[in-house]
Design a protein around this ligand. Structure first.
Ligand SMILES: [Ca+2]
Ligand SMILES: [Ca+2]
Ligand SMILES: [Ca+2]
Length: 407
């Protein structure tokens, strides 16, 4: 099959002008979503297939058949956080007879994705699963309660929309369950359960994450008995073992390119709270690369999903260290200390890198240590803000669950 197709490319390349292709092939770096327009210049009705051989791009076609003279728009996007350059192949097949046209074009796309602007947390003892979004000023936020009267044991970081209803799904665990729950992050609704089978999730001092790692389907990544597993909602298969670190695993923080090599790492907290990461080519059982920095651990572990704080395409991992400082980590250790000292301290609990004031740059949202256990944010200039409701009240949060990014 593949051999025949390759032969056809050469034989039929003179026909590519019959596919009017606009919006690719130049050295321009486009921003996403980028639109490519295809015009059917043949005399036949054709069926169009668009592919990204290296899986860098995804496509949305309004329709895939075109009558003679008709044009369609293709929306192209990428889930990379940096600039992506790659090949797109277009295959047009005539429905009435066997003729086909195949064309390959280069595209450069800026993969800077929309910043997350929502955080997930619970009230005391896991009651009330709630989110906050920007309320339009540096300190004011809007609160949405997703679930009331539930005993939430652990929460996760998630920017994935598993059920493709255009709302990303929050991930959490309920008391006494051998499953992981998902719920749309912007409204009160019904939670969905993912069956973990015999690979029962860790429920205390832990964190989950969602996403795609090393070409996997979009999955929930979680810890069970010191190992890291991926569970996919749609394939209903058993959890897949991703890593069995030699000194264990406690929390999965997130997926991101922390060393700037254009591939994503899976960041986790090992059995001694040291922050390590899995590279796509790693064996399942090894020690894994270490940042040589440990997350603070008391009520939970102080770590959050990686995010691009500077807009250069490389992510940093926000953590709360053993001295209750909020710092940003790279693969070789601390990149920046955001807060430290005795006056401003963060609880040793999950944190969320999010643009919670909606000004286009990322802050770290955390739970205050000492005094009221309230949600605060700190930006890369070290400015600390106490988040409040529209009536000026603080937002209480539970240190055992922490705060995570969602949406
Ligand atoms: Ca959804
Ligand atoms: Ca990387
Ligand atoms: Ca911001």
């Amino acid at each position: 099959m593949e051999t025949n197709r390759s032969a056809n490319i050469g034989a039929k390349s003179d026909k590519t002008a019959l596919l009017g292709i606009e919006g690719v092939g130049s050295q321009t770096v486009f921003s996403q979503p980028h639109t490519i327009t295809i015009t059917n210049r043949t005399q036949k009705r054709i069926k169009l297939t668009v592919e990204s051989p290296s899986n860098q791009f995804s496509f949305s076609l309004s329709q895939n058949t075109m009558i003679s003279g008709e044009s369609i728009d293709i929306s192209v996007s990428t889930n990379k956080s940096s600039e992506v350059s790659g090949t797109i192949t277009f295959v047009a097949e005539s429905i009435e007879n066997g003729t086909d046209i195949e064309a390959a074009r280069q595209l450069r796309l800026s993969g800077t994705s929309e910043l997350p602007t929502r955080c997930l947390f619970t009230q005391n003892q896991g009651a009330k699963l709630q989110t906050i979004t920007s309320g339009g000023s540096s300190s004011e936020v809007n609160i949405t309660t997703l679930l009331t009267e539930t005993d939430v044991r652990a929460i996760g970081a998630s920017r994935v929309d598993f059920d493709t209803d255009s709302t990303s799904d929050a991930v959490f665990q309920r008391k006494g369950s051998d499953s992981i729950s998902l719920i749309d992050s912007d409204d009160q609704g019904n939670a969905r359960k993912l069956d973990t089978g015999s690979i029962i999730p860790r429920v205390q001092k832990t964190q989950m994450t969602t996403g795609s790692f090393d070409g996997s389907e979009k999955s929930v990544f979680y810890v069970s008995s010191g190992e890291i597993y991926a569970l996919n909602e749609t394939t209903s298969s058993s959890p897949k073992k991703i890593a069995s670190p030699e000194n264990g695993a406690q929390a999965v923080a997130g997926i991101g390119d922390i060393d700037g090599d254009d591939t994503d790492e899976l960041i986790f907290v090992d059995g001694s709270q040291t922050i390590r990461y899995v590279k796509p080519q790693d064996d399942t059982r090894t020690t894994f690369a270490s940042t040589e920095v440990a997350a603070g651990s008391s009520n939970n572990v102080g770590i959050g999903a990686p995010a691009d704080f500077t807009g250069d395409g490389t992510a940093s991992v926000p953590i709360v260290d053993g001295s209750n400082r909020v710092v940003l980590l790279g693969p070789n250790g601390v990149r920046q200390v955001l807060i430290g000292g005795s006056t401003n301290q963060a609880a040793k609990s999950p944190v969320a890198a999010s643009d919670i004031d909606d000004d286009g740059t990322v802050e770290v949202v955390y739970i205050r240590n000492g005094g009221e256990e309230e949600l605060r944010s700190v930006d890369t200039d070290g400015t600390v803000v106490s988040l409040t409701t529209s009536t000026g009240e603080i937002i209480p949060a539970d240190k055992k669950r922490g705060v995570t990014v969602v949406g």
